[in-house]
Design a protein around this ligand. Sequence first.
Ligand code: KAW
Ligand code: ZN
Length: 689
Amino acid sequence: MRTREAAGATYITGKQDDPACQFLSVMLILWFCFVYGVTANPQESPAHLAGQARAESEQLEEDARNFLNELDARGSQECTEATMSNWKYASDITEEHREEKAAAQLKYAAWEKEAWGRVRKWNGKWETLSDPFLRRQFKFMSVLGTAALPKQDLEKYNNLVTEMSTIYSTAKVCQYKDPKSCKLELEPDLTRILRTSRDYGELEHVWKMWRYSSGRRIRDHYKLFVRLANKAAKLNGFDNMGEMWVYPYESETFRADLAELWEQLKPLYQQLHAYVRRKLREKYGERRISRRGPIPAHLMGNMWSQDWSEVNDLAVPFPGKASIDGYTPRRMFELSEEFFASLNLTRMPSEFWEHSIIEKPQGRDLVCHASAWDFCNGKDFRIKQCTDVTMSDLLTVHHEMGHIEYYLQYKHLPGVFRSGANPGDVPHAGGFHEAVGDVLALSVATPKHLQKIGLLQEVHDDQEEDINFLLKMALEKITFLPFGYLMDLWRWDVFSGKTHEDNWNCAWWDLRFKLQGIKPPVQRSEYDFDPGAKYHIPANVPYIRYFVSFVVQFQFHKALCMKAGEYDPLNPAKPLHKCDIYQSTDAGNLLGKMLQLGSSKEWPEAMEALTGGRRMDASVIREYFKPLENWLKKDNERHGEFVGWETDEVLCTSELPREEAKSEPSGGAAPALGLMLVAAVTLLHSLSL
Ligand code: KAW
Ligand code: ZN
């Protein structure tokens, strides 16, 4: 800069003597030169300067692109390695695999830290890049995550999560009628008992013992975990881990929007709740299920009362039912793949069929909770699921296949964008990711489709069958909403400290009562840790994504149905709940277009590409279930049902519980490895924290 100024002044001073006049002349000439683009030195012309600036910014853009490409190539390799070790442990829980995974996690974190350090050198420059695709990559890579922890803390943090998830995955329970036989596992044993048993005592036993063997053993770990998680969040500039979790949704109003969605959905949930409570009262008697009270949590056919579709047999308004006898897990996966292919979406690669685990292997412990894996190399994608041949697992199969289809559609993108559109930059995140398979399953579940694939013999297409179908769907979708919402309401308050650790379990039951209208079958205390009896708490998987998914999947379904010509809001013969998009390549192409964006755009943009709107909108679910809601209102009125719930029972106490609650209840079996890990970690942390 200085050289240029001097050159200009030298040229001008040769012409004038009086300094004032000289100054004025200089200004005049400068102005003249500026206007007419004439300077003493052609190198100084504005056109030239602009050209130079353009060349510099193009160079910067080019450098940035090369830098990111190089980082991405290395990142993908590191990611493949870390994922492989993670897979080994999750599919075969042994001490050797645990050590290998722990080392791989540290190695990967070291890489993340290195990459983050290199990205930081671009601060002040990347913001000026003109390509939003590049800027967004830098933005995502500027948040380091838990790798920000000092090595020792990070190691502790990783080990805690692994151990909590292992306690959960290896927990066993004794039989109700044979307390010496203690081999019952969550999948398939306890899940089956909850689904099929109608014995109040047996259900209570299984409900209590599962929490005894899993959640209660996790409580102390969770205390240490929360401290370290918050420390990591603070190192990233957030107040606490809850704040860090919602940041990727890129919305200031995210939590307020969720609260509003729930308010919109509550009236429908309350009608359903009142109806099911009557049906359960008829089955189990008024002594156990009161007219105005919350429903005991162990009677809904599901360990967490989050999905009530397994009590459809008790609740069905007009009896008759589909089952998938004769199917195998492999056939269920092929059925799902066929649906994707019928939409012109991508089939599973051969590696998928080679390496996926779709049936529970015998003779070893593994993490049975279903998951879909991307090995970051564009080729290796797998599902791990202990599939049971049930209608409910058929939905899970579609759900998991939806994750894989998303992976396949965005595999061309750089690693930072290879996650769902909502939210963006957290690996394994996203309400949209959780919605893809469920959207297809909405079509598969229609009676017409079930008949097409031989799962329903007769379809009558009358009003009674319609109500039966919608009730079954509501038992799966509507009952989930308050649970999907409260899991992270609870965690956000735990992370922020609003809920103190002396009150963790009772705060959990406050939410369970308030939102779901349920109560524990026996009084709970602060010796228990019931949130820890749900996979996503010990495994540290955020949950609000499922609430988001259950809302947006209906918006996606509606958009795809309109594209397929299978839904017309003005035609009562084509209601939304009867739509089946099977074989619509138009619908599939539209869905594919959104999936291909990954998280390269903010989620409202991805949503707009599919639905035309930019907001989460609960009115579509209300529309889908409208005929049922009308029917439920009338039915509840006809039976004089109280809609809502109240109680004066104490569901949970923070006071020291009765002796019985403290001591080990009969029938709980601690897995050897789990117990050893608990003991080791507790000792370790009491020494070091
Ligand atoms: C649900 C969802 C769909 C349909 C019926 C349902 N019922 C209940 C749920 C919610 C939830 C649950 O079981 O409570 N569903 C799941 O947990 C399915 C498992 C998952 O596919 O969501 C899995 C969970 C997971 C996350 C991280 C590590 C291990 C397991 N998520 C994924 O595999 C995944 C894959 C790609 C991107 C994001 C997540
Ligand atoms: Zn999922």
